[in-house]
Write a protein that binds this ligand. Structure first.
Ligand SMILES: *Cc1c(COP(=O)(O)O)cnc(C)c1O
Length: 362
């Protein structure tokens, strides 16, 4: 019996091996390895896919968030609101930009930022920006968040690291805010075979700033206009991403099929109507979670917990980072959630093996 993994990047490579090998070979022979034709072609193709004007390829998703904050002029003395049940990257990027994170609670259904909690935090705190995280491939409630942001003059940076291709009413995540950050870490829905990331935006002025800040604040080569970063999407990863982007709609559809199969077998309702969920993770919540996890492991079904500890309770942040009061929904979810194996290369019978193992023990 093969072991089922929560994510399986090697299967992703093997699924398109010939195309990926060709793309890598092309770069190796081109003599250009940083910010060349592959990167700019990928930037155009990805912008067109998302439905934005501009895409700026960067080194990883964390850099993408930091760069977006810096390009929007957010830094020292500014408060940036986000959630505590996210990759540490989201909060780390806020601090790397010099700003101060404020963490608010999430919606109990979607585990994305709760609009009422956001509104409540803004009643007592002035903030410069909000970073909604489209967690697990499920879009945050962008119509409500944008309305709140407008009332409070907040900048909005979407964290799309888990949600390439997710949409609300046919409009993709990454098109709502001032800017959006993507990661192409090898387990993401759109995955490099190494590190990679991007910032997207509709705003031409902002795109220019993002491009300058990506390379030391250069406007003219070797001359820094402002103090910038060094964060670049390399040519090999860009060429691989161009291959993978062509398969992304199909790969996301396959994730949705597996999710529908899980939901059907487990008697759970599918995601609500106007939301296009791309299932970076398929998450169940159960009170005796660790017991179930052990039982599945004995049947060679590996699961993941994203995330086992909310950021405000982690050693690096505990007692130091601000939360908007208690975060009961976030803390309860961390104790109950379990991510089942989820990637486009699972077969129907793999999915049935997972649900049979769960149901067998009731
Ligand atoms: C993966 C991830 C990031 C960070 O991306 P890296 O490319 O690993 O730096 C940021 N936010 C979320 C929600 C993520 O899942």
């Amino acid at each position: 019996m093969t072991t089922l993994l929560p994510a399986d990047p090697k299967l992703g490579y093997l699924a398109h091996k010939a195309e990926i090998d060709d793309a890598v070979q092309r770069v190796l022979e081109s003599g250009r390895y940083i910010l060349g034709e592959e990167c700019s072609a990928f930037e155009h193709e990805f912008a067109a896919f998302v439905g934005v004007q501009h895409c700026i390829g960067v080194g990883n998703g964390t850099d993408a968030l930091e760069l977006a904050l810096r390009a929007l002029g957010i830094g020292h003395g500014d408060t940036v609101i986000t959630t505590s049940n996210t990759a540490v990257a989201t909060v780390a990027a806020i601090e790397l930009a010099g700003a101060t994170p404020l963490l608010v609670d999430v919606d109990d259904e979607t585990l994305t930022i709760s609009p009422p909690a956001l509104e409540k935090a803004l009643a007592t705190t002035r903030a410069a920006a909000v970073i909604p995280v489209h967690l697990y491939g499920h879009p945050a409630d962008m119509p409500q968040i944008m309305a709140i942001a407008e009332r409070h003059q907040l900048r909005v940076i979407e964290d799309c690291a888990q949600a390439h291709g997710a949409a609300i009413d046919g409009r993709q995540v990454g098109t709502f805010g001032d800017a959006a950050a993507f990661s192409f870490y090898p387990t993401k829905n759109l995955a490099a075979l190494g590190d990679g990331g991007a910032v997207v935006t509709h705003d031409e002025h902002l795109a220019t700033r993002l491009r300058e800040l990506r390379t030391y604040g250069w406007r003219e080569r070797y001359i820094s206009e402002t103090a910038g970063m060094n964060t670049r999407l390399d040519e090999i990863q860009a060429a691989i991403l161009r291959v993978r982007l062509r398969h992304l709609p199909h790969d996301n559809d396959r994730r949705r099929e597996i999710a529908a199969r899980y939901s059907h077998s487990l008697g759970r309702a599918p995601a609500a109507g106007d939301v296009h969920h791309v299932y970076h993770q398929y998450v169940i919540r159960i009170s005796r979670r660790d017991e179930l996890r052990e039982r599945l492991k004995r049947q060679q079904i590996e699961t993941a917990i994203l995330y086992p500890q909310p950021i405000h309770l982690q050693p690096a942040y505990r007692g130091r980072i601000a939360t908007a009061g208690e975060l009961p929904v976030t803390e309860r979810a961390a104790r109950e959630l379990l991510c089942l194996p989820m990637h486009p290369w699972l077969t129907d019978s793999d999915a049935d093996r997972v649900t049979a193992a769960i149901l067998q023990h009731g």
